[in-house]
Design a protein around this ligand. Structure first.
Ligand SMILES: NC(=O)c1ccc[n+]([C@@H]2O[C@H](COP(=O)([O-])OP(=O)(O)OC[C@H]3O[C@@H](n4cnc5c(N)ncnc54)[C@H](OP(=O)(O)O)[C@@H]3O)[C@@H](O)[C@H]2O)c1
Length: 213
């Protein structure tokens, strides 16, 4: 069975873990304070889940999810993620993360920053423009009328394909934005951000996104 290494066990990390376990994935989940602080979450998730350090979760994952505040990206372990697909849920909140001039100027993307930090990994944007509670609530079977769609972007087609497969299992359609340099289209405060939309609506909203806010 596939193991997902999850770095970050907050709103999004916990929700991805819940849905993944329900679908039959094994998860190894981590936070900044240590595995012992995740005992309640792991007990809730059941035998398919265990808590670990970020480096252990990264090493254990067939692929990984990085879902920490953007300011913590420099702490994400590099070596154990080499060669792996890494899903990036992160958004830039300068109020929380501090100002990052390249993002303020529209010259970088949040996923691009993670890709630079993980040069040997295959980063793909995922689950960044959906509220955490909706990850387990809004999924519907493929073919459902007006099925909710989520965006991805990656410089590696196999990473975008993995996200599309995972989205489908979670109950969502996929719109592929292209390389990570295009992933700003689904970033904070753009038209596609945290609203329910089907694939046609998401495509339209991504197309009309302004580069800077
Ligand atoms: N909340 C949403 O609905 C939502 C939706 C889409 C995208 N996002 C984005 O997804 C990311 C995560 O959001 P969230 O709401 O899940 O955040 P959160 O609830 O604040 O959880 C953050 C998690 O990251 C962990 N963490 C922080 N620094 C770390 C480090 N250096 N190493 C390992 N783990 C670390 C925290 O662990 P400790 O508690 O031990 O510090 C915590 O488990 C953010 O970029 C956010 O903007 C959030």
């Amino acid at each position: 069975m596939t193991t997902i290494g999850i770095i970050g066990a907050g709103h999004i990390g916990g929700q991805i873990a819940r849905k993944a376990v329900e679908l039959g994935y094994d998860v190894v989940i981590s936070n900044s304070r240590g595995p012992e602080t995740l005992a309640d979450l792991v007990a809730e998730l059941g035998p398919r889940a265990r808590a670990a350090t970020p480096a252990e979760a990264a090493a254990a994952g067939d692929f990984a999810v990085v879902t920490v505040p953007l300011r913590s990206l420099p702490d994400v372990p590099v070596e154990p993620l080499a060669g792996k697909i890494v899903l990036d849920t992160n958004n830039y909140y300068w109020e929380r993360d501090g100002h990052i001039p390249a993002l303020d100027a529209g010259e970088a993307t949040t996923s691009g920053l993670l890709q630079e930090h993980l040069p040997q990994s295959k980063v793909a944007k995922a689950f960044n423009h959906i509220m955490s509670s909706q990850i387990t609530a809004d999924g519907t079977p493929a073919g459902t009328l007006n099925r909710r769609a989520l965006a991805t972007a990656s410089d590696f087609p196999e990473a975008a394909e993995l996200v599309a497969r995972l989205y489908d299992e979670f109950g969502f359609d996929t719109v592929n934005m292209g390389p990570v340099s295009e992933s700003w289209r689904a970033e904070r405060d753009r038209p596609a951000y945290v609203i329910r939309q089907n694939a046609a609506e998401l495509t339209e909203n991504l197309a009309k996104a302004p580069r800077t806010i």
